[in-house]
Structure formats: C-alpha cells, structure tokens
Design a protein around this ligand. Structure first.
Ligand SMILES: [Cu+2]
Length: 161
C-alpha cells in the first residue's frame, strides 16, 4: 500500500510541469475562443491522465501473470520457503514501467504461494508454473505449479552458468 501511495504522489508532480507550457502557448495563440480552449485543455488533461495511468506499472488489474516452464533445482525445506527453478526465457515479461523486456533463461529462486502444494515435485522434475509479479508491492510468487511429462524438452540456459 505504501508503494501505491508513493506512485500517486509522483504522477501529479509530473503532469503540471508537462502541461503548463502547452497551456501558455494555447492562451497566447487563440484569444477569442476561451471556452473552447478550456474545454480542449480539460480533454487533454483527461487523456494525459489516462495515459499516465496505463503507463504506470500499478495497473488496476493488480499483478501480472506469466506462465513459465523449467526444471526444479531445489524445493523449499519448509512451507513458505523458496523454490529454485532453472527456467526457460519468459518472452512477455514486463518491467516496472510495463514495457515488455523479457527475462532470459536462468536459475533463480521464487517464493511459493501458500496454496501451492509441492508434494510430488522433486528436484529434477520438469514443471510449468504461473508466476505472479506485482511491481506495486513489489512482490512476486509462484501461484500454481504442475508437473510436465519427463520427455518435455526445455530451452534452458547453457549448463555451467
Ligand atoms: Cu528469472
């Protein structure tokens, strides 16, 4: 909640400085149609506001979800621990600004949501998982996980890295 509060403070600071020069130009250029200018500026402000909302990572929809595949390296020793996965590249991964930057294939650890059972998921198992990423929190976690057939061919990072 704190991070969202900060985000709301930042945006209003940016908008007036970006909008001010445009207002000054419009007022100098067209004197008679004041009402029309004011109406146009209101619409422009509205559009800018909507664009700023969409651009920020704190979308109303909350966390973004990604499906990833990989191989289990280690399972958490205790509930609530982190699972280590060698995962394939995540092509649609978005950064904090919402831009698609992708995530390379790598080995990394993930917090596991409480509802996820890791029973029958040993190290070496091939899995498909849903990763939730909430940049506003910020937080990320595996929200579901299922076993893939052992013959599944994964595009993992080269061994030894
Ligand atoms: Cu990763």
């Amino acid at each position: 909640m704190n991070a969202r509060g900060d985000g709301r403070v930042e945006n209003p600071n940016e908008e007036p400085s970006a909008g001010a020069p445009a207002k000054a130009v419009a007022r100098r250029g067209r004197r008679p149609a004041r009402a029309a200018i004011i109406a146009a500026l209101s619409i422009a402000t509205l559009v800018t506001g909507i664009a700023a909302c969409r651009g920020s990572g704190a979308a109303p929809g909350g966390p973004r979800h990604y499906t990833l595949r990989g191989e289990v390296v280690t399972v958490p020793a205790v509930p609530g621990g982190e699972i280590v996965l060698r995962h394939e590249a995540i092509a649609d991964f978005r950064d904090e600004s919402g831009a698609v930057v992708g995530m390379a294939a790598m080995t990394m650890s993930f917090p596991v949501a409480e509802k996820v059972s890791l029973a029958g998921v040993p190290p070496g198992a091939k899995v498909e998982a849903v990763l939730a990423v909430d940049w506003a929190a910020p937080s990320y976690a595996i929200e579901s996980l299922k076993l893939l057939p052992v013959e599944t061919v994964l595009q993992l990072e080269p061994a030894g890295r």
